[in-house]
Ligand binder design. Structure first.
Ligand code: COA
Length: 279
């Protein structure tokens, strides 16, 4: 096995952002039959549109490449299993994962030509990526119906148009990132928890769904490209510590380019759970 990422630290969360352009079509088509497992190959074969297949292949080559860099397990040998709700996990090989890769968690998101993957140790992560320029004629107002009353009221107070669309998509990606970290996805009612946003400071308040604790999580928002929004939900580790460092990698990781440090979020206001609202 190759050595594990030399800078891997227990408290580092890695974000790996990769546009589809980061892995050209002939290369992804060449790698896919060797790197992807049967489930991934079957899924790739089911897409009706070539652009969707291409997105899937880049995203899944990215997952396998990053897991290989993080664990030393060759891309084709990583065994992925999926929960009953479809959340993928890395299965430890018979001898166990190397020290620096124990308790590794990861999450993937892809949308309209962009992919992002989050990796952490000893804590759960969830990530979501969306594009502001893909609202179409309907805009983003329709997603607001699924939000909590406090969020709907906040959005109603913003002028319709760019500012409200951005706030809507920020809330949407935060909700998805949290729901994906929990492994529940859209199975978690989006009105059962809520965020308070500040335009400069990001998430300033979080009201979790019943049964969860607002202090357990921290949230990061990023714009890796002007119209691209990424939200990350990171759990505190088992000993209660927040992540010590968040690193952003850009492009397909053939080598080990130096990542960019992302400022750690300030603590948010922990609001009491919404009792009786879901989850
Ligand atoms: C997870 C979910 C929110 C994804 O939403 P999305 O915005 O369309 O897609 P994203 O690009 O952000 O994320 C997709 C990736 O999330 C991961 N994922 C899938 N299910 C997940 C879950 N329950 N929790 C966390 N991550 C999940 C996968 O890696 C998936 O990529 P892949 O399909 O290429 O492997 C949505 O598909 C969902 O709610 N799934 C759960 C469905 C369910 O409960 N099924 C029950 C049994 S059928």
């Amino acid at each position: 096995m190759n050595p594990v990422h030399p800078t891997a630290r227990e408290d580092t969360v890695g974000l790996w952002f990769c546009p589809n352009d980061g892995l050209d079509q002939p290369t992804s088509a060449l790698l896919a039959p060797h790197w992807l497992d049967e489930h991934e190959r079957e899924t790739a074969g089911r897409f009706l549109f070539e652009r969707d297949r291409r997105q899937y292949l880049v995203a899944h080559c990215l997952v396998r490449r990053v897991l290989s860099l993080e664990t030393g397990i060759p891309e084709a040998e990583a065994v992925l299993w999926r929960s009953s709700r479809g959340r993928p996990f890395l299965q430890a090989p018979p001898g166990g994962l190397p020290d620096g890769a124990r308790d590794l968690d990861f999450n993937l998101s892809h949308a309209h030509g962009f992919n992002v993957m989050a990796v952490a140790r000893d804590r759960r992560v969830g990530v979501d990526i969306e594009r502001l320029d893909r609202g179409g004629e309907r805009g983003f107002d329709w997603v607001v119906e699924s939000f909590a009353p406090q969020e709907r009221a906040y959005l109603a107070g913003l002028t319709a148009g760019g500012r409200r669309d951005r706030a809507t998509l920020r809330l949407w990606t935060l909700k998805e990132a949290y729901a994906k970290a929990r492994g529940l996805g859209l199975g978690l009612p989006f009105d059962s928890f809520s965020f308070e946003l500040d335009e400069e400071q990001g998430v300033v308040g979080f009201r979790p769904p019943e049964g969860d604790d607002a202090d357990r999580w921290c949230f990061v928002e990023l714009n890796p490209r002007p119209q691209v929004l990424v939200s990350l939900a990171v759990e505190r580790s088992r000993d209660g510590s927040a992540p010590g460092r968040i690193e952003m990698h850009d492009g397909f990781p053939w080598g080990r380019a130096v990542p960019r440090d992302i400022p750690l979020p300030a603590p948010h206001r922990a609001l009491a759970p919404l009792v009786g609202a879901g989850a």
